[in-house]
Design a protein around this ligand. Structure first.
Ligand code: FAD
Ligand code: NAD
Length: 465
């Protein structure tokens, strides 16, 4: 097989890699992308998209079931409702299929050459790819490592049998009667809640003192309340010890040091993700690390000239939109444009019920950075649109500098608040002050009015509170 020589080689076609390759192709750079599995990476195939499809299906089923018990104040009655998980998964696979073929089409449109197979570094400029038709050698002036991440396995609870990863959970064909989730972070909560809504009896085992420990307690409270209403059992400060002798239960050590057995049909382990570094010959390149991740600078350059790294392989926050922004930037840098990482915030959303969205600094983070702040918080219980949508739990919060009113952070918890993430990020990127948000007309009746009201509240001028 003839060697390929190109200006840019991207390894991994997840959101980081495929965006980088598309932008590079658009800029006229001779680009090759290598993917071992399917285009779209974790996000499109076994992450963001299938999980959100499942969450939507679970919401629909749960809403229908709530009508069934005759307690709907809306006057709606239904006669019967069931869920066919295999059918739900087939619908989800259809969405994944549409998106992954869309990525292939976009790569083709941008004249990017796609090579299917696993890439291994030979040296800093050469990669060998095991393809179906043999070994393909690719030599490139610039390389981008976008190999992503994979689920962390617990030594005492290896994946296999009833112990499953998020990838397996997103492909279950039969609903587990009893589901135990180890790790109450993003994935554990999003999927745990979805399975609870579909009818599984769910228990969550979390090592920290609260679920979603990456968020402040006030933001998490409405989610914890919803879990309680759903009778999801929460085991905080608890450690998974392994399967019971007969394999029927998960043995945990509880906060007080005692042992408890949690019966389980499936045990979903979601205790974080680790960078995909081994197996690609990256160890031999001896690139500098930051903890387990590849160390990068503000241009996503690694410690070796001509080698860049983007996305999950470079560490937290492991989010698709960060990977995409890095990919776009690196393509432009390789095309000769002057770019560096200048983002003021990376928003994050947890798609629980209710949803949580954060951008910029929380009150505690702002204080820890030495700012004197003013905080405005507006509850959805005082928002008309939220009332009409039976979604009064939660609030919007704005954090601003006390001296200049510059917005440092925006957070919200509530139904559908993920869509506020654009407003939040835009306000922070545009260096908005409280007066800018307060002085912007927000359409009525919408839940976004709570953002304006939070800013008014921080200025001591709340109208609807
Ligand atoms: P990946 O998407 O992991 O892609 C890396 C690609 O590289 C893979 O396709 C892999 O096959 C390929 N690869 C690896 N090694 C090689 C090799 N040697 N040769 C060739 N190819 C190779 N993020 C959000 O922002 N929002 C969400 O709602 C969200 N939900 C999630 C839900 C779940 C269940 C999971 C697991 C993750 C979720 N994430 C979410 C995280 C998101 O999926 C990742 O942050 C994102 O996919 C990272 O993109 P990436 O390009 O760095 O890597
Ligand atoms: P996570 O870091 O969000 O949560 C892991 C949780 O497991 C933490 O709460 C941690 O305290 C707990 N934990 C760790 N070890 C444990 C143990 N031995 N026993 C019990 N609990 C333990 O990780 P995740 O949920 O696996 O998700 C991985 C990454 O994927 C996230 O960091 C996030 O970046 C990304 N993701 C994002 C979204 C989103 O943006 N909506 C959704 C899913 C995943």
């Amino acid at each position: 097989m003839k060697d390929i020589v190109c200006k840019l080689l991207v390894i991994g076609a997840g959101p980081g890699g495929y965006v980088c390759a598309i932008r590079a192709g658009q800029l006229g750079i001779d680009t090759v992308i290598v993917e071992a599995r399917k285009p779209g990476g974790t996000c499109l195939n076994v992450g963001c998209i299938p999980s959100k499809a499942l969450i939507h299906a679970a919401d629909e089923f749960d809403a229908a079931r709530r009508l069934l018990d005759g307690r709907s104040p809306l006057g709606i009655k239904v006669d019967g409702v069931t869920i066919d998980l295999a059918g739900t998964m087939a619908w989800k696979d259809g969405i994944v299929g549409r998106l992954t073929s869309g990525v292939s089409a976009l790569l083709q449109k941008a004249s990017v050459k796609v090579v299917h197979g696993r890439a291994t570094f030979r040296d800093g400029k050469t990669v060998a790819v095991e393809t179906e038709t043999g070994m393909q050698i690719i030599r490139a002036e610039n390389l981008v490592i976008a190999t992503g991440s994979e689920p962390v396995e617990l030594p005492n609870l290896p994946f296999g049998g009833k112990v499953i990863s998020s990838t397996d959970a997103l492909n279950l064909q039969v609903l587990p009667k009893k589901l135990v989730v180890v790790g109450g972070g993003y994935i554990g909560l999003e999927l745990g809640m979805a399975f609870s809504k579909m009818g599984s009896e769910v228990a969550i085992v979390e090592a920290a003192g609260q679920i979603l420990p990456q968020y402040d307690a006030e933001l998490v409270r409405p989610v914890a309340k919803k879990l309680k209403e759903r009778a999801v059992a929460l085991h905080m400060l608890a450690k998974a010890q392994g399967l019971s002798a007969d394999g029927s239960s998960l043995v945990i050590e509880t906060a007080d040091g005692s042992r408890e057995q949690l019966p389980a049909d499936q045990i979903l382990v979601t205790v974080g993700r680790r960078p995909t570094i081994s197996g690609a010959g990256l160890e031999e390149l001896d690139l500098d690390r930051s903890g387990p991740y590849l160390r990068i600078d503000d241009r996503c350059r690694t410690s070796m000239r001509g080698i860049y790294a983007i996305g999950d392989v470079t560490g937290e926050p492991m989010l698709a939109h960060r990977a995409m922004a890095q990919g776009e930037m690196v393509a432009e840098i390789i095309a000769g444009r002057k770019r560096s990482w200048d983002k003021r915030c990376i928003p994050a959303v947890c798609f629980t019920d209710p949803e949580i969205v954060i951008a910029g600094l929380s009150p505690d983070e702002a204080r820890a950075q030495g700012y004197e702040i003013r905080v405005g918080q507006f509850p959805f219980s005082a928002n008309a649109r939220a009332m009409t949508m039976q979604s009064e739990d939660g609030f919007v919060r704005v954090v601003a500098r006390a001296d200049t009113n510059l917005v440092l952070g925006l957070q919200a918890v509530g139904r559908g608040v993920s869509e506020l993430s654009a407003t939040f990020s835009l306000a922070i990127e545009m260096c908005a002050r409280l007066e800018d948000i307060a002085g912007t007309i927000h359409a009525h009746p919408t839940r976004s009015e709570a953002v304006q009201e939070a800013a008014l509240k921080a200025l001591g001028q709340a109208l609807h509170l």
